[in-house]
Design a protein around this ligand. Structure first.
Ligand code: HXC
Length: 510
């Protein structure tokens, strides 16, 4: 072997060892993979090309000039996921705890710039101790450069963050500005300030897990979109997710081959809705029976479970699904559900993903907790998101569509393209009992009379035909034909062109 080639191999081998075998062993002992092992699992075999492997920091404070490690705590490059180009950076916890220095930040921003210029998604794998403490303001400046690029890329290319270890201080805000955050249970946590600072400032005693573990962020704060049991599962699920996503905001959705027939009839859907309008049923069952091969990638599955959001395919084309879930709080819209669905609708609209909405909603949740918590503003987010969306919008009302929630859930009035209802749909200002108790208040002491009034109200309004007579519903369809009708509608809408008036940007009620 020529000496220069041997030297290259030696340098590569050194760089690949990161912070050394001892730290790699410690990483494994905690149930975590190393940065390069993670990238190998995420990318197609042999497709990853690493950049800036030999970059070192330039810090001379605190004796840092004596400890330099090739790569400087982050592995960056590009490769493919199921054949499509994806850029990636993975924090290497074995090198200075994955902390961010000026040069470390430069490696990330180089990849961010390339991803944006070449219009391909970027995935960040986080496992780090925040700003490189020895560097001070250079590290802060580095974070700022990363943040700015996150914002410029937002809505142009998908940006995905996976938290696979500590993610604290300056490290949290870059993921927070990406499209989705995923976490690994038990080994990852995210917080702005850690337990020690919390204790000093607020006198609260809290563990890292209680403060910012996967459970907290997927079910309470909604900062994270999903959690997985370990590194391997998380990375394999990222490969699955990427298959649903377009590469950028102009390419259109990927199309995967499917064996599922577009005109598949699902007779069991005819009996999905229980006889009693107050008995719940599982909206997952409807989604599973309608979409290609029952494959539904749910986003925020542990938060605001009264609404479901996620990706699926119809005839191989990606769609976004939003559906009220009657199993939880009767599918009511509250602040959390509205925020969750609004963000999802806006993601779909950014990336040209058609939205299919299944509606069974008794209205907005009443109460002081909701009103004090800003239900008006949060509900408006969802209304705004649907109303501004220009992607194809297909809506199916399965049962209740009451009050303002009827308008919000992708109704005809906010540019729903095709609006179907099942024969079991009830489209009204509110449920019959509530309505009668208001308009016949003087008769409340006479139960028989009230029962008659309720029956009368139900007969007149608890059906889809009043709305259909006005053209607010395009067609009342047989439940069993739902898949076929949605596939046809989406096909018909494939060349939809609709533009909102020019503006710098809108002013969604944040
Ligand atoms: C430099 C760091 C580091 C950092 C960890 N290391 N964090 N080096 N800067 N921020 C180094 C450690 O010295 C150690 O080096 C190795 O990484 C592993 O760290 P350990 O502490 O041994 O690991 P562990 O016990 O697992 O604890 C991990 C940790 C802890 C919880 C992340 O290291 C920690 O609390 N780090 C500091 C976190 C922090 O306060 N960051 C600054 C946030 S302020 P050796 O050589 O021993 O292996 C911030 C402001 C930016 O980010 C704001 C921008 C907007």
């Amino acid at each position: 072997m020529k000496p220069v080639i041997a030297e290259l191999e030696q340098r590569r081998a050194n760089a690949r060892l990161g912070g050394g075998q001892k730290r790699i062993d410690a990483q494994h002992a905690r149930g975590k993979l190393t940065a390069r092992e993670r990238i190998d699992l995420l990318m197609d075999e042999g497709s990853f090309e690493e950049f800036d492997m030999y970059v070192e920091h330039r810090c001379t404070e605190f004796g840092m000039e004596k400890s330099k490690i090739s790569g400087d705590g982050v592995v960056t490059g590009w490769g493919t996921i199921n054949g499509r180009v994806v850029y990636v950076f993975a924090k290497d916890f074995t090198v200075f705890g994955g902390s961010l220095s000026e040069t470390h930040a430069r490696k990330i921003t180089k990849i961010q710039d390339m991803a944006l210029k070449n219009r391909a998604p970027i995935v960040g794998l986080f496992d780090a101790g925040g700003a490189r403490i020895q560097e001070g303001v250079d590290a802060l400046g580095g974070y700022g450069e990363v943040f700015q690029r996150n914002v410029m890329s937002s809505g142009v290319i998908p940006q995905i963050s996976v938290i696979m270890g500590p993610c604290a201080g300056g490290d949290v805000y870059s993921p927070a500005m990406t499209d989705f955050i995923f976490m690994v249970r038990d080994t990852s946590y995210m917080f702005v300030t850690g337990p020690d600072v919390v204790k000093t400032v607020t006198n609260e005693t809290v563990t890292a897990e209680e403060l910012g573990g996967a459970k907290v962020h997927t079910s309470k704060s909604s900062v994270a979109d999903r959690a997985y049991d370990n590194d391997v599962e998380a990375l394999l699920q990222m490969r699955r997710l990427m298959d649903f996503l377009p590469s950028n905001n102009t390419d259109g959705v990927p199309v995967l081959p499917t064996m599922d027939l577009a005109d598949r009839v699902e007779t069991s859907l005819d009996t999905l809705i229980p006889d009693n309008p107050n008995t719940p049923y599982d909206m997952h069952e409807l989604i599973g029976k309608v979409v290609d091969e029952g494959d539904f990638y749910e986003i925020q599955d542990a938060f605001a479970k009264n609404i479901l959001t996620g990706f699926a395919r119809m005839e191989g084309h990606t769609i976004g699904i939003v559906a009220n879930q009657p199993m939880v709080l009767a599918g009511v819209l509250d602040s959390d559900a509205s925020r969750k669905a609004a963000r999802f609708v806006r993601f779909c609209d950014c990336f040209d993903i058609p939205i299919v909405t299944f509606v069974d909603v008794p209205g907005f949740l009443p109460g002081t907790a909701q009103e004090y918590g800003g239900l008006i503003k949060h509900g408006a987010k969802l209304l705004f998101a649907y109303a501004e969306a220009t992607v194809p919008k297909v809506t199916v009302i399965t049962r209740k569509a009451y009050g303002g929630a009827y308008d919000v859930m992708s109704s005809k009035h906010i540019r729903g393209d095709v609006n179907y209802a099942w024969p079991t749909a009830e489209i009204a200002v509110m449920g019959a009992k509530g309505a009668v108790e208001i308009i016949y208040r003087s008769e409340l002491g006479e139960p028989e009379k009230i029962a008659g009034r309720i029956k009368d109200y139900e007969t007149r309004f608890a059906n889809p035909f009043v709305a259909a007579e006005r053209g607010y519903i395009d067609e009342v369809i047989l439940p069993r034909m739902t898949r076929k009708r949605i596939c046809r509608a989406l096909n018909m809408l494939r060349n939809k062109t609709l533009e909102n008036p020019w503006k710098k940007h809108d002013n969604i009620p944040l």
